[in-house]
Ligand binder design. Structure first.
Ligand code: 9MG
Length: 290
């Protein structure tokens, strides 16, 4: 059995300020992943990419996503980097359209201050930064924006992060990093009700590190902030189950349930419909208090 606060209604009372819009986290929420990258197999250029992205976002919201996380640059090892102008050109038209028509929080997945500012001006209510606002000027851009911020832990950078990552004590080290970044954000004027923390599964971690972080996720409540997790389709699932990326749904749901049982507030996923069902089932048990 899981120890400590696992299974208790640890989310009650948490409301996230997303640039003035409030997201109640008493019920855990699902964040759908929306990658806006040009479709290299079409000659329709960026139009087809935007149309596909919009259709996918509408589907995820119909399936129960409360947040849509829009990203214009991949953080996968080996992914080509894009210019700031290109990243803005990819995400801003999508964010504008989604904010105009969908009753959910739109998040921007970026580490670049100019992209953060442009995305929030276009209506985004949340900044999801895998570099926890450590890039030059990112802290000020996020503070000025009024948006909620997800601070994620990553060891190294996406190109090299999986080359033999090392920790003394992975849970303690990640927790200490996040504690420090939270203090830096609060000092910069970002109120705690705008902050979410994320241990960063798969970002500079071995399989053993990822499994330890998931097993001990409840320890992250020490920071008294909502916890976001993203394990959907990641290699930690592939390694345990020996499954290709398209066949990791069951493993992803199992990981989500373990995180929910320990009080995670937001699950970032590709598989919104199935994850929403898992969230509702877990919440019925946790909030029912049986
Ligand atoms: C962009 N991105 C990819 N994986 C992620 C994760 O686990 N958490 C967050 N916050 N962002 C992620």
């Amino acid at each position: 059995m899981l120890a400590g606060t696992a299974g208790s209604a640890v989310n009650s009372g948490k409301v996230l300020d997303c640039a003035g819009r409030k997201l109640d986290l008493a019920m855990p929420r699902v964040m759908g992943i929306l990658n806006v990258t040009p479709d290299s197999f079409s000659d329709g250029g960026n139009f087809l990419a935007v149309d596909n992205a919009l259709a996918h976002a509408r589907r995820m919201v119909a399936d129960g996503a409360s947040i849509v996380d829009v990203g214009g640059e991949s953080t996968r090892p080996g992914a080509a980097s894009v210019s700031i102008a290109e990243e803005i050109g990819r995400v801003v038209p999508v964010i504008e359209t989604l904010c105009a028509e969908l009753p959910v929080i739109i998040s921007v997945d970026t580490s670049r201050p100019d992209v953060m500012a442009a995305a929030v001006a276009a209506g985004a209510g949340m900044i999801n930064d895998v570099r926890a606002l450590q890039n030059d000027d990112a802290l000020a851009a996020a503070a000025d924006s009024g948006a909620a911020v997800c601070l994620m832990h990553m060891q190294g950078d996406p190109r090299t992060m999986q080359n033999d990552p090392q920790y003394g004590d992975v849970v303690g080290d990640v927790l200490a990093f996040l504690k420090h970044r939270v203090a830096v954000c609060v000092d910069a004027g970002i109120a705690r009700d705008r902050l979410v923390i994320d241990p960063g599964f798969g970002f500079g971690k071995t399989l053993a590190h990822n499994l330890q972080l998931l097993k001990r996720l409840e320890l992250f409540h020490e920071l008294q902030l909502p916890i976001l997790v993203g394990m959907s389709r990641k290699s930690m699932i592939g390694s345990v189950l020996d499954k290709e990326v398209g066949d990791r749904l069951v493993g992803g749901i199992a990981c989500a349930v373990l995180a929910l049982w320990q009080g995670a507030s937001v699950i970032r996923t590709h598989d919104v419909r199935e994850t929403v069902e898992a969230v509702r089932m877990c919440h019925a048990v946790v909030a029912g208090g049986f």
